[in-house]
Design a binder for this molecule. Structure first.
Ligand SMILES: Cc1ncc(COP(=O)(O)O)c(C=O)c1O
Length: 368
């Protein structure tokens, strides 16, 4: 069994993917070819945002977004400690300080009720993460940001396709950043990402920053990065869009099915909460259990892969800990001890899901 089954997806989408790749090989415009703009237009329509800027990765998306809003040394950016390291890393890379606000115990997303207390004169942005594919409480976060005149960057690397109050993730705040890492809900076959905004000025800045701060050929009006997404990767995303809406619905349905199959194992195994006003695309399907080691080992013996997203809050990582002595985010720390991600992809079958849940039952010695 695969953790993310990309082989089955390719077997189904082989024809459009191969045709798209062939077209790029034939026209030969490997950098900023026509598929780049085509993908941006398709994703712009999908999210409802006024602008989509494709970039080299989700990490690059965060970096370019932070650069566009002018984050510089000495600034503070409020974010979640319980996320992939890139979220905090890009803030540090610009010489600014991630200010970690604890997450909600139920959703593992930043606790909006704690944000206001963390704002100082140095705060320049709020960067929530839509973890595991479920948007954070964006209205509550946007309301605080509006009161304080701060931009909000949604790290939507795991949540492309999810909705919050009927609106699409990536188009829920000042800027939305996503990733097309192969295992993401919408993945390419290498690195890729995109940035979304409704702000024309920020969009212009981010387009320039993506190509070395260039506003015209060899006219560098600002400092930028080499942050373009390859034409071939855009072509793959375009091919995958053919059944993406079906994949989103399928992921939502598989997530609900996992929830109901696992319900009888509570409180030893618990699913994360999904807000009734939003959907999760389950970039990961993640459970909580104090018996993680036992379950993980039992599943491994049966050939069922699992993963821990994430074993430490960022401020406890060796490269970051020195700057955060004494910081405690109890919910993030408890989640880090308890979370376990199970196999998830649109092509996972119900029969496989049954095998996974039966293996968890057996590990816990609970009769079916
Ligand atoms: C929450 C989060 N932010 C940022 C990233 C970085 O994306 P990428 O791997 O495309 O650079 C990821 C990807 O793993 C992620 O999960």
């Amino acid at each position: 069994m695969e953790f993310t089954d990309l082989k089955r997806q390719y077997a189904i989408l082989r024809e459009p993917i191969d045709a798209r790749i062939r077209r790029v090989l034939e026209h030969g415009k490997f950098i900023m070819g026509p598929e780049v703009r085509e993908m941006e237009e398709r994703l712009q329509i999908y999210t409802g945002a006024a602008h989509c800027i494709s970039v080299a990765s989700g990490t690059e998306a965060l970096l370019i977004a932070l650069m566009a809003i002018g984050i510089k040394p000495g600034d503070e950016v409020i974010t979640s400690p319980f996320t992939f390291v890139a979220t905090g890393e890009m803030i540090v890379l610009l010489g600014a300080k991630p200010v970690f606000v604890d997450v909600e115990d139920g959703t593992a997303n930043i606790d909006a009720a704690r944000i206001e207390a963390a704002i100082t004169a140095h705060t320049k942005a709020i960067m929530p993460v839509s973890l595991y594919g479920q948007p954070a409480d964006m209205d509550a976060i946007n309301a605080i940001a509006a009161r304080r005149g701060l931009p909000v960057i949604e790290d939507a690397a795991q949540s492309f396709g999810a909705t919050y109050k009927g609106r699409r993730s990536c188009n829920l705040s000042t800027i939305g950043c996503t990733s097309f890492f192969p295992s993401k809900p919408l993945g390419c076959y290498g690195d890729g990402g995109a940035i979304f905004t409704n702000d024309d000025i920020l969009a212009g800045s981010m387009r320039e920053i993506r190509v070395h701060g260039q506003s015209g050929r060899y006219n560098h009006t600002r400092v930028g990065v080499g942050g373009r997404m390859d034409t071939l990767q855009c072509a793959i995303v375009l091919a995958k869009l053919e059944r993406f809406e079906w994949e989103v619905e399928r992921r939502i349905a598989l997530g609900r099915r996992y929830d109901s199959l696992l319900a009888s194992l509570a409180p030893r195994v618990r699913s994360l909460m999904i807000g009734s006003d939003r959907t999760s695309v389950h970039g990961q399907y993640t459970i909580r259990t104090a018996e993680r080691a036992r379950i993980q080992e039992a599943l491994r013996e049966k050939g069922i892969p699992t993963a821990v997203h994430y074993p430490l809050p960022i401020y406890k990582q060796p490269g970051y800990a020195a700057a955060y002595a004494g910081l405690s985010c109890p919910s993030a720390e408890k989640l880090a001890r308890e979370v376990l991600s199970l196999p998830m992809s649109a092509d996972l079958t119900e029969a496989e899901q049954d095998v996974i849940v039966a293996a968890i039952r057996e590990a816990l010695r609970v009769a079916a």
